[in-house]
Design a protein around this ligand. Structure first.
Ligand code: TYM
Length: 332
């Protein structure tokens, strides 16, 4: 039997997840879980590069695991685990730090953005973020990394780091490839469609959170910025607001963009926005219910985390062992 290719991705358990996280990442994973050996982590070590409230971080970590399951990730097929439960992540990160240059890290877009937003806390971890992410991916010898568009640069660096290590020592890491959705890799802010929808947006009306109730969802879509025409047509350059809504509608309703355009031909934006809100709410309601049910079953979640931490660690330690050998760490 042919061995399955390996898929790796992760989400930080910070703030409230948005439909951007769902459409750009989780929804993509759902379609891939049957065909790949999948590892999906909860990146709590990345989360602390920005100051977190410890009690909240703990609670959001479990809540993200429940969300993974509630969205339809199958615990039998995917290894869902918490990053800090596998010490090899921090260990490999240290080694990779020694072949990564300060200059290239200081030029990363996300580092520059976050340093500007958190000027009081530009810590070493924030700068090292992409190296930890490279360690995550390379430890599992991932072939593919399904992420949203905003992670493209981090993925490029992970590939550079892999290539550099393989050249300096000898072939050790697979060079991972990013997998981006054609529609959905970049869901934009409802209030400012030139920006990506973000968990940490200043204006909460621009983001639909996965925890939002139906009324809230419909209210936010009703207020979404569009344009002065009245034509529901996909044209991201000329009509960024409407095109973003069309992408969201298409992904939540399962209809193609063309079908959606036909459905709303000759109808106003008001009706269109209401339909988008209803499609999103209809999908999120059962997910929210299932997530709450799972959060209450802490024994089940803890059992799963323990088994998966062991499984992930087994795989990760094999790679780390090879790395330690190649770089000359004395082993007994
Ligand atoms: P995070 O937690 O910021 O985002 C999680 C995933 O959601 C995607 N995403 C979006 N996709 C489409 N439209 C949007 N508006 C949108 N906003 C977010 C992100 O691209 C991402 O796929 N660094 C990662 C977490 C991470 C990771 C990894 C990912 C840590 N280690 C290893 C892959 C492999 C992050 O911050 O994701």
């Amino acid at each position: 039997m042919e061995e399955k290719k390996i898929l790796y991705s992760a989400i930080q358990p910070t703030n409230n997840l948005t439909i951007g996280n769902y459409l750009g990442a989780i929804k993509n994973w759902l379609g891939l879980q049957n065909d790949y050996e999948c590892y999906f982590a909860i990146a709590n070590m990345h989360a602390i590069t920005v100051r977190q409230n410890p009690a909240e971080l703990r609670q959001k970590t479990l809540s993200l695991l429940a969300l993974y399951l509630a969205c339809g990730l199958d615990a039998e097929k995917c290894c869902l685990y918490i990053q800090s439960h596998v010490p090899a992540h921090a260990e490999l990160c240290w080694v990779l730090n020694t072949i990564t240059y300060v200059g290239e890290m200081s030029r990363m877009t996300q580092f520059k953005d976050k340093s500007a937003r958190h000027a009081e806390n530009v810590n070493m971890g924030l700068m090292d973020y992409p190296v930890l992410m490279a360690a995550d991916i390379l430890l599992y010898q991932a072939d593919y990394v399904p992420v949203g568009e905003d992670q493209r640069q981090h993925l490029e660096i992970a590939r550079d780091i892999a290539r550099r290590f393989n050249t300096v020592y000898s072939p050790t890491f697979k060079e991972p490839e990013g997998l981006f959705m054609k529609v959905g890799a970049k869901i934009n802010d409802l209030q400012d469609p030139s920006k990506k929808m973000s968990k940490s947006a200043e204006n909460p009306n621009g983001s639909i959170f996965l925890s939002d109730g139906k009324d809230e969802i419909i209210r936010k879509f009703r207020r979404a910025v569009t344009d002065s025409e009245a034509e529901v047509r996909y044209d991201p350059e000329a009509k960024p607001g409407v095109s973003n809504l069309l992408s969201i509608y298409s992904l939540f309703s399962g209809k193609s963009i063309e079908e959606a355009e036909r459905e709303f031909a000759g109808r106003g934006y008001g009706e269109f926005k209401l339909a988008v809100g209803e499609a999103v709410a209809a999908k999120l309601e059962p997910v929210q219910r299932e997530q709450q049910r799972l959060i209450a079953d802490k024994d089940y979640l803890n059992g799963l985390l323990k088994r998966n931490a062991e499984r992930a660690a087994f795989k990760a330690e094999r790679t780390l062992g090879k790395v330690y050998k190649k770089i000359g760490f004395y082993q007994i």
